[in-house]
Design a protein around this ligand. Structure first.
Ligand code: FES
Length: 162
């Protein structure tokens, strides 16, 4: 189920989003940049924010939801403090990135795309991270880990829990 947000608590963000939408030229396609702006403000795109954009722009909810779920840069759920990304590009895949991803899912006890209950980690599968020579590669936030052995995962995760 989608998380919801407190509209009163987030009033400043809604006001800023309204100003942003008003400043756009509605005759141009404004949905992508409006969703980017909303995600920048709220950190993700909860249903209330999608409804707000629909009311302000006249764009149907179905279209907004469709775009928000189609593009991987948008998230409908709040992200954890640390985003853990495992590269599933070809070079990493042939070097057993799937085993790294599976080990992370079992260590964090969440499926790919989910966030841990304590809000610390979000697990993602990513495209090529541009350092294929280090395959298999994973990232925690902006930190890159290369030649990852699934056996290393518990220690890596533990270092972010401390
Ligand atoms: S395929 Fe993984 S970094 Fe390029």
């Amino acid at each position: 189920m989608q998380k919801t947000i407190d509209i009163v608590e987030n009033k400043a963000n809604f006001d800023e989003l309204a100003s942003y939408i008003e400043a756009q030229d509605a005759s141009q396609g404004v949905l992508m940049q409006t969703l980017h702006k909303a995600q920048e403000l709220f950190g993700y795109l909860p249903i209330e924010v999608q409804k707000f954009i629909s009311e302000k722009t006249g764009i149907p909810m179905a279209e907004i939801y469709g775009v928000a779920t189609f593009y991987t840069q948008f998230s409908l759920e709040p992200k954890g403090k640390h985003t853990v990304g495992v590269c599933m590009g070809t070079a990493c895949y042939v070097k057993n990135a799937q085993l790294v991803l599976d080990k992370l899912a079992s260590e964090l006890k969440i499926p790919v795309g989910a966030t841990t209950e304590d809000g610390l980690f979000t697990l993602e599968a990513t495209r090529c991270l541009g350092c294929c020579g280090l395959a298999p590669v994973m990232m925690v936030g902006e930190t890159v880990y290369g030649k990852v052995d699934p056996k290393d995962i518990p220690d890596i995760i533990k270092s972010y829990r401390e």
